[in-house]
Write a protein that binds this ligand. Structure first.
Ligand SMILES: [Zn+2]
Length: 106
């Protein structure tokens, strides 16, 4: 078994694990049970995910990297659907044509 991911937060580990399972990667969770009642967090006993098949390792790593990037990339620009301009993440509407960003998700 090869470890692909380790994190103190069981919620994050659970999310990553379901992501991998959905992609057909067979995984094993370690240090999962009882990890929330540990009073002193020690990295060695953080919950972690292993892949059962070595050939899934690279693919799993890629997916995890993409996932972690996506969840932390708050500074990403968005593209206006109206005029195609790139708009800073802090702006709620397009600086060019005034179209609201919220429309993108509707
Ligand atoms: Zn625009």
């Amino acid at each position: 078994m090869l470890e692909v991911f380790r994190h103190w937060d069981t919620a994050t580990v659970g999310l990553v694990n379901s992501l991998l399972e959905e992609a057909g990667v067979q995984t094993v969770l370690r240090n999962w049970e009882g990890s929330n009642i540990v009073e002193v967090p020690i990295p060695v006993i953080y919950p972690n995910i292993c892949v059962l098949n070595g050939e899934d390792y690279a693919r799993a790593k890629e997916m995890i990297e993409a996932f972690m990037d996506g969840s932390t990339a708050e500074g990403q620009e968005w593209v206006c659907t109206e005029c195609g301009e790139s708009v800073g993440h802090q702006l709620r509407e397009c600086w060019n044509c005034g179209k609201e960003r919220g429309m993108l998700n509707d």
